[in-house]
Design a protein around this ligand. Structure first.
Ligand code: TRP
Ligand code: SF4
Length: 336
């Protein structure tokens, strides 16, 4: 923003979003969130955050990679097109006010709201091998509400899975505004990122724990190897069998970067049994590597010092906004 026309900037709506640094970013993050975050930079005043406190909540037993993941995630952010000249890119734990506001929100959030949160119940049920029955993890959405309110964001780009957290955020903010007589915080709207779900390489849900993804930082060789192992139309055994692109995961990967004309062509040669699956996958691997190449180059060109500089300046801008909000919060709750 920074440097832009102030009066104009003041009317831009504020956006905040974040991701947990739990590993390398992959195609799912790019298509499900990052590409959209990049676009929003043109229209909104954007704050993008490395949510390391949220990572700690679920990964507290093993934090060996946390620092590296935060730095590499920032690198991937920039490589994907987040621009530190346009957006504030920062680390959540570098702005201590997140916790101050989370504490205020904790005080006004009924236990039932967090206990009933569907994502909480689902995680307790589904996450194996880690004990998530902690005091901190129960408060996951309360901290998320604080992340959003701290910057008075009125729009939050998220996927469908995060909608319960957004709803809870709105309720907590409504309660705060009612209790402390004012409209200090706007009730944020979700900006739903609607994307066709891209499955993992093995046709299961794309997930860090399955290791079935293509990372933004994968080399062309790694991509070729991963794509070669993809499952295709199971009914197509011989080259002369007609293929069914609509049930083939390889075809859905083509749709990431292909226009309609190109897709029609692939469909025709598949349905007409003109191309074999091995050939089809080889071509996909080449095209995917080409699609990711600019990002890989950009990521490689950034030194660790560059990343630290970007974060230092982002942390500073975020902190300034956060301090201002917290001063107002302290005032309305009548802290001396
Ligand atoms: N919970 C979000 C996720 O897992 C990450 C997150 C933390 C977030 N704080 C946020 C997203 C604030 C949007 C706004 O994806
Ligand atoms: Fe899938 Fe391509 Fe094989 Fe058709 S030719 S089934 S799209 S891999």
């Amino acid at each position: 923003m920074r440097g832009g026309n102030k009066d104009f900037m003041a009317v831009k709506k504020r956006v905040l979003s974040g991701m947990r640094p739990t590993g390398r970013l992959h195609l799912g993050h790019l298509l499900g969130a990052l590409n959209n975050w990049v676009k929003l930079q043109e229209q909104y005043d954007c704050f993008y955050m490395v949510a390391d406190w949220h990572a700690l909540m679920s990964e507290y037993e093993d934090t060996k990679l946390l620092r590296e993941n935060s730095i590499e995630m920032t690198r991937d952010f920039i490589a994907a097109g987040l621009d530190p000249e346009k957006s504030v890119i920062f680390i959540q734990s570098h702005v201590p006010e997140h916790l101050e506001l989370a504490m205020v929100f904790s005080d006004i959030t009924p236990l039932g709201w967090v206990e009933r949160c569907p994502t909480y119940k689902e995680q307790l049920r589904e996450v194996k091998g880690r004990d998530l029955t902690t005091y901190g993890f129960l408060g996951y959405p309360v901290l998320q509400a604080a992340d959003i309110a701290l910057y008075k964001a009125s729009a939050v780009p998220v996927g469908i899975d995060q909608l319960p957290h957004l709803e809870l955020t709105r309720e907590i903010i409504r309660r705060f505004n009612t209790l402390y007589g004012g409209r200090l915080f706007p009730e944020p709207d979700p900006l739903l990122t609607r994307v066709p779900k891209l499955l993992g390489l093995d046709n299961r849900k794309m997930s860090k724990s399955y290791g079935n993804f293509i990372a933004l930082s994968d080399t062309p060789e790694e991509i070729a190897k991963k794509v070669a192992g993809m499952i295709t139309d199971p009914k197509r055994i011989k080259l002369s069998d007609r293929g069914h692109p609509d049930i083939c995961n390889v075809f859905s990967y083509y749709s990431i970067f292909s226009d309609q004309a190109a897709l029609d062509k692939i469909r025709q040669s598949c349905e007409g049994a003109k191309t074999g699956c091995t050939e089809c996958k080889k071509a996909l691997a080449v095209a995917l590597a080409e699609y990711l190449e600019p990002m890989r180059k950009k990521a490689a060109a950034l030194s660790d010092d560059d990343i630290r500089d970007i974060l230092r300046s982002g942390d500073k801008s975020a902190r300034a906004a956060a301090l201002e909000t917290m001063a107002a919060v302290r005032d309305v709750v009548n802290f001396a």
